[in-house]
Design a protein around this ligand. Structure first.
Ligand SMILES: [Zn+2]
Length: 371
């Protein structure tokens, strides 16, 4: 028996699941607890797949939405006195205080909101699919959301998706795409004492670095949100020995692109930027961007419900997130969740419990019939 009591509210459930360590690849204990906690609810169909858990209502509603979150965290931090950032530590009270610990913001607070709603919303106004997945904080190939979408597509047929990653309860639309490309410059090796006999590949690479230095990244509005692009060198390799003219140098560049480009456009752009240089350009990996889709009726209604009365406006998502996977399925999605992304992965990670409580209330009201 896991002892996870989902009726205690999202703040206390956050603490309870932070206290069950779930570093990527080691989510079994938490997945067991989540599965056991959800199984008793007759309004949910629950499925276990690896260390991921899926649950859904099936009330025949006209629309279906997905609420998704990852169960894993980055490794537990240990400070110089040997103190670990798990179990969680409460400062203040459960309504307005701060909860410290690994995964509080990224993203057990969001997962707690999902769990509490799954347990207590027996009659939502739309059918809801809850996705709790593993291995988000590691290489993309291990991310179980990709696997689940491939192997259980029927669980991902939906009209809208909310990924409860930390966004300070502000709706973040879409996401940037990302592409890495390797530029390889070749020369001729020679003894550096007779350098005129060689051709220096590192010097040739300088031309590419100058283009990057002069590069003016775009700011572009897509469906009402401003996205900022960036093209940067993120690695350089080259050199043979201290007395050898190097015959090869490569620069790894990373292009973060706005959702008005697809991957083919992104690659074309990279090739244009470096056109005319004596370099071989190879795309090593990429992931598509996602359009915000906030003009779609369901998304607009969601924004209205969860951001009513707030000064803040929805913003663009900087970074690649799993909403792009939903976009790839034709399911528009947003990032919206309690917690601060700037605190994610830090040893002093924490979450503002007021945000957790408000997030749960607002998503609940969005999914409830007007009373
Ligand atoms: Zn996360």
């Amino acid at each position: 028996m896991s002892g996870l009591d989902l009726t205690l509210g999202a703040a206390r459930v956050t603490a309870a699941i932070v206290d069950i360590e779930s570093v990527s690849g080691d989510e079994k204990a938490l997945a067991d607890a989540v599965e056991e906690a959800l199984r008793p609810y007759p309004h949910l169909e629950v499925l276990r797949d690896g260390d991921s858990v899926l649950a859904r209502t099936d009330l025949g509603r006209a629309e279906r939405v997905i609420l998704a979150g990852h169960l894993d965290t980055v490794p537990i931090a240990v400070d110089s006195t040997g103190r670990r950032n798990v179990p969680s530590l409460l400062e203040g009270d459960w309504e307005t205080g701060t909860l410290r610990g690994c995964g509080t913001s990224d993203m057990k607070a969001g997962v707690a909101v999902q769990l509490v709603l799954a347990a207590t919303l027996a009659e939502p106004n739309r059918d809801v699919t809850y996705v709790f997945y593993e291995c988000e904080e590691v290489e993309a190939e291990r991310n179980s959301l990709g696997r689940l979408i491939r192997t259980r597509p029927e669980w991902f047929a939906a009209d809208f998706a909310v990924l409860l990653e930390p966004s300070n309860n502000i709706v973040e639309g879409g996401c940037q795409g990302t592409m890495r490309a390797r530029l390889t410059f070749r020369g001729a090796r020679a003894h550096s004492a007779r350098s005129w006999l060689g051709e220096n590949a590192i010097h040739k690479a300088g031309a590419a670095l100058r283009r990057l230095e002069e590069y003016q990244p775009r700011r572009v509005e897509v469906e009402g949100l401003e996205f900022r692009e960036g093209l940067n060198a993120v690695g350089v390799t080259g050199g043979v020995a201290g007395n050898v003219i190097p015959d090869e140098c490569s620069i790894l560049v990373n292009f973060r692109f706005a959702p008005d480009r697809d991957e083919a456009d992104a690659e074309r752009h990279i090739r244009e930027v470096f056109a005319g240089l004596d370099a071989e350009i190879l795309v090593t990996d990429s992931a598509p961007a996602a359009r915000p889709g906030l003009h779609l009726p369901l998304a607009a209604e969601f924004v209205g419900a969860v951001m009513a009365g707030m000064q803040a406006r929805p913003t663009a998502k900087f970074g690649w997130t799993d909403v792009a996977r939903f976009a790839g399925l034709g399911v528009p999605g947003v990032n919206y969740g309690p917690g601060d992304g700037a605190l994610a992965h830090k040893p002093d990670e924490s979450v503002d419990l007021g945000q957790v409580v408000r997030c749960a209330e607002r998503v609940r009201s969005w999914l409830s019939f007007a009373s």
